[in-house]
Design a protein around this ligand. Structure first.
Ligand code: NCD
Length: 303
């Protein structure tokens, strides 16, 4: 069975719980060096039209650990036929001829969906512009559950670019499946979340507020930081103006119970000295990507 992974919207609570439970078994197996070779003889294609370190390499590692073989096109904007003007649909058709699963990142919103509409093999959206990043959101949930033991009754802050951050969007959407979560979006006013996205959250019954003030820091269970998404600003001067305006400092975090997550890469949003504190769980979060992505590769094939 072919299952595309395009958006956080497609998952219900039960799907999420099943994927997280499966990822947990993979974490245990990985640590014992006993990951079952469930993807033997399969080929996983990773085609990335935008830069990536964690997402591409963890999908590739997940595939290799499961016994699959990997074909990869990075810098695909200049190194694939997209450069010659090939449409995303034709590229997706071609990859369907070679691979069993296609993991794709693209700077344009909706391109994963366009690829999925013609591909005969499952498409996994590894980020489409400022829209969504569902595998990241699932690994974020996995990390929260691992460290706090729950996904409900959480006070979650999201900073500092909810307007452009696909990871914030996808994670907030998934968190609406769990009871009594409260969101605070913290950002310069110019980077407030999109009204359409806020409507979506409202329709899902989410409670949230928006502020440009970091002073309530210690009241949060989770602080989900993400860099300002420089590549999505129309005006680079705006990016430079705001990139250092809100920063999580050691002083702010020390002595609090707030767990700090960040999908990474970090630029200015978290001071490096925060890394020394037990609150900083972003490197473990990145490692958890491996286990979730193993679970997702099998999910994509209905295995
Ligand atoms: C994120 C992304 O690509 O959206 N990175 C990642 O996949 N870990 C976050 C970011 O680039 O800021």
């Amino acid at each position: 069975m072919k299952r595309n992974i395009i958006s956080a919207h497609q998952f219900n609570k039960k799907d999420i719980e099943t994927l997280l439970a499966r990822a947990k078994t993979f974490e245990t197996a990985y640590k014992k060096n006993k990951v079952p070779k469930k993807l033997k003889d399969k080929v996983v294609a990773c085609i990335f039209f935008e830069p990536s370190t964690r997402t591409r390499l963890s999908f590739e590692t997940a595939a290799l650990k499961l016994g699959a073989q990997v074909i990869s096109a990075e810098s695909a904007m200049s190194n694939s036929s997209s450069y010659k003007g090939e449409s995303i649909e034709d590229t997706a058709r071609m990859l369907s001829c070679y691979a069993d699963i296609i993991v794709m990142r693209h700077p344009k919103e909706g391109y994963a969906e366009r690829a999925a509409s013609v591909a005969s093999k499952p498409i996994v959206n590894a980020g489409d512009g400022g829209n969504e990043h569902p595998s990241q959101a699932l690994l974020d949930l996995y990390t929260i559950k691992k460290h706090l033991g729950r996904l409900d009754n959480l006070k979650v802050a999201f900073g500092f670019d909810p307007k452009h951050s696909r990871t914030i969007r996808s994670l907030a959407l998934l968190l609406t499946h769990f009871k009594n979560n409260h969101f605070t979006f913290i950002c310069p006013k110019a980077l407030n979340p999109d009204p359409e996205f806020l409507n979506d959250l409202k329709n899902r019954g989410a409670n949230f507020e928006i502020t440009d003030n970091l002073s309530e820091f210690k009241n949060f269970d989770i602080f989900y930081a993400n860099r300002l998404q420089g590549e999505r600003f129309e005006d680079q001067k705006e990016f430079e103006k705001y990139r250092k305006s809100l920063i999580i400092t050691k002083e702010l975090v020390k002595g609090t119970k707030t767990l700090i997550l960040d999908p990474l890469p970090r630029i200015d949003e978290i001071e490096v000295t925060v890394d020394e504190l037990p609150n900083a769980i972003y490197f473990d979060q990145a490692q958890n990507g491996l286990y979730i992505r193993m679970a997702l590769l099998l999910y994509a094939l209905g295995l």
